[in-house]
Design a protein around this ligand. Sequence first.
Ligand code: PMP
Length: 463
Amino acid sequence: MGHGLPDHDSLVARDARHVLHPWADLSTLGTQESLIIAEAHGIEVADSAGRTYLDAIGGMWCVTVGYGHPELVEAMAAQARKMAYFTPFGDVSSEPAARLAAMLADLTPGDLNRVQFTTGGSTAVESAVRIAHYYFASRGQAAKRHVLSRVNAYHGGTYLTASLSGKSADRTLFQYESDWVHHLESPGYDPDTSPVSAAERLDGLVAGMERAIAGIGAENIACFVAEPILASGGVLVPPPGYHEATLELCRRNDILYVSDEVVTGFGRLGHFFASEAKFGVVPDMIVTAKGLTSGYQPLGAVIVSDRVAESLAANADRDKPVFSNGFTYSGHPVACATAVANIEVMRRDDVCGHVLDVGPYFIRRLRELRSSSIVAAVRGDHLMACVECHVPGEDGPTARNQALARRVDAYCEEAGLLVRPYENLCIMSPPLIITRGEVDRIVDIMADSLARAEHDLRTGAVR
Ligand code: PMP
């Protein structure tokens, strides 16, 4: 790996001239010098110039069993040879989709047994909201259409899911839904930096949600959509008891609880799904994507409780009984075959057990970085974490704090480590197969990069 492509320069030029990247900085449009990732094996990737990097981003929170896993690659190829695609609409299915649906029903808690496949996380969250709307409208409660989300949530890039997202940096010139989407307070709690106890914080969050429900009226609310740990919003971990308390409020007010496990599912927190195993809640719907195929194929799914699914069927419009939601590539056979292989490998190799061992080590080692004067906080749980950078005495994502984090990120990249910059954070979610030795390598490079950025700050190079 890492020999470089002969046409590296022309690839960069073609990218700069023609690609409008997702979530890219428009001020560099046309001049961007994109990192073109050309190869990936295990937990390392190589760019088109031949440089190799340890991937602490895990693709994008999604790589579970590492890159180039022969069993996943073979499953993809075998399915493509056998039957690459056919419509999933109506009463047509495929062998991998049927097998995967049964596996997901087995992996999810309670009576979550009915799967609607989609093409990724956004389309799965969007589908969950459509299911919630249909559920209530078909029961004669069409007014129950409002949706509760949280500040700092991230639920996707379609218009509705972007409306549900609550990251202020993303709320720019678009026309987001606002009359029926509501953002509750961001629920993060960091015992290292919070001035209040976890119990006080929990009380405040629950009281805020109760007030919001009373203000909107429970009779107008369809669902609460929540990541168990907010990922892209900055790895925000709610205080203990938050998940049970919010579920309880939903139950009391007949609000469907949708757990967005796009990031927290598939082993990142040491369980196939974290909702029940880690947080003690059985939601009405769980949304998954990303790690479902280890990122090898685009795929998402909403796993719906039998209670909700049976109600959809029992109360469907008799004249128009079609549930009109789905996509050409919903449950794509090659993607489903990849997911089946991924689950088989993860089970056989006890990848979740490995995360339960290496995850706490990762967090413990990262927390050592708090000794740097430019580290404001280290947050996370198992294999999702972030290092928050600051100019000492300056809080939040100020321009200088963001510049500092970008510098740390650039030094990491120079040293062969990819971390994900977001505002003043360096976000990490490595492939789940990472070893303790590789964790040490990440921490060493981070420590060195922080020291270099700290030096730049002292010498006035960061403004
Ligand atoms: N939900 C969460 C929690 C996510 O992190 C993401 C993607 N980062 C999505 C939904 C959207 O998934 P996708 O990009 O596959 O549409």
